[in-house]
Design a binder for this molecule. Structure first.
Ligand code: CU1
Ligand code: CU1
Length: 289
């Protein structure tokens, strides 16, 4: 059945509660931490050897689409009426927005140790212990805006820079690709004058704490962030001619540096063995409101 993903700012109080309750139920079952572990396992960077499926790679979008779908199915087994909302960070840009209220995702971490102390994922409620992480401590951490060296959320102009790219991705198909929609939205520092991450990566940095790096799934805002990233990809594709909507079309040739390191259009994606092609269109599965 086709379901609808909503902008988180339009959710009713009851919808927020159902989403949070479903997330907590998936956490209680142990399944949530399996998602965290899978994301950590698939956090392979340019500097590491082997296949990159999830990050710094053309399949960044299809891999996260499948990952979100699996999580959404886990939520729906608890409550069939729940979907993953999206957070448009070009609009909801401050710690004061309803996303971070006590009835939804809770607020910032406290200054001393970045521990989140409000909302349903605050450690003292006992429902949200971090078990799979690359950092110490079993409490959720956030550090909005990184006060030590402040960063802001990406602007509409930053996002437009990615949306205006005419190619999906370009060689060398990694964090160094200077053009192309994929890296301009994933956001490794390649634009002239950039010294820091931007767009998708900058959102991880702005939230801070667990949202930095491989263990980012520990913060439930991960899903709302990636739901919006997925929506941006969907919008970008709608505006582009079919031929260029996923690249590379063919695997890099023998002897090329990225041979065996990136997925081409005809490949399947681990760990699900899903044909990448099957993740390029979502309208038979879900829609965005
Ligand atoms: Cu990721
Ligand atoms: Cu991400």
């Amino acid at each position: 059945m086709v379901h609808t993903r909503q902008n988180q700012r339009t959710l009713t109080k009851a919808q927020k509660r159902r989403f949070v309750d479903a997330v907590l139920a998936v956490k209680r079952s142990g399944r949530y931490d399996e998602f965290v572990r899978m994301h950590i396992d698939f956090y392979v960077g340019d500097g590491d050897g082997g296949l990159r499926v999830a990050h710094m790679t053309p399949s960044f979008f299809p891999w996260h689409r499948k990952f979100l779908l699996e999580f959404e199915r886990a939520l729906q087994r608890v409550d069939p009426g729940v979907t993953v909302p999206y957070w448009d960070w070009t609009v909801d840009r401050t710690p004061a927005v309803s996303l971070w209220a006590d009835d939804f995702l809770g607020g910032n971490g406290r200054r001393s140790d970045r521990r989140v102390t409000s909302g349903p994922f605050a450690h003292h409620h006992g429902h949200w212990k971090i078990r799979a992480a690359v950092t110490d401590g079993d409490f959720l951490m956030r550090d909005f805006g990184r006060p030590k060296s402040p960063v802001g959320l990406p602007s509409k102009a930053d996002l437009a820079d990615a949306m205006n790219q005419s190619e999906y991705d370009v060689e060398p198909w990694n964090s160094l690709s200077t053009r192309g929609f994929r890296n301009r939205l994933e956001g490794w520092p390649v634009r002239r004058g950039d010294r820091t991450w931007f767009n998708h990566n900058l959102v991880h940095r702005w939230v801070g704490g667990h949202m930095l790096g491989a263990g980012s799934v520990n913060d439930p805002v991960f899903w709302l962030h990636h739901s919006f990233v997925d929506l941006c990809w969907s919008r970008w594709r709608q505006r582009r001619p079919k031929a260029a909507r996923y690249l590379p079309a063919q695997a890099p040739a023998l002897g090329e540096a990225q041979r065996g390191r990136v997925l081409a259009l005809g490949d399947t994606m681990p760990p699900w063995d899903t044909p990448l092609r099957d993740m390029l269109e979502h309208k038979s599965l879900y829609r965005y409101e």
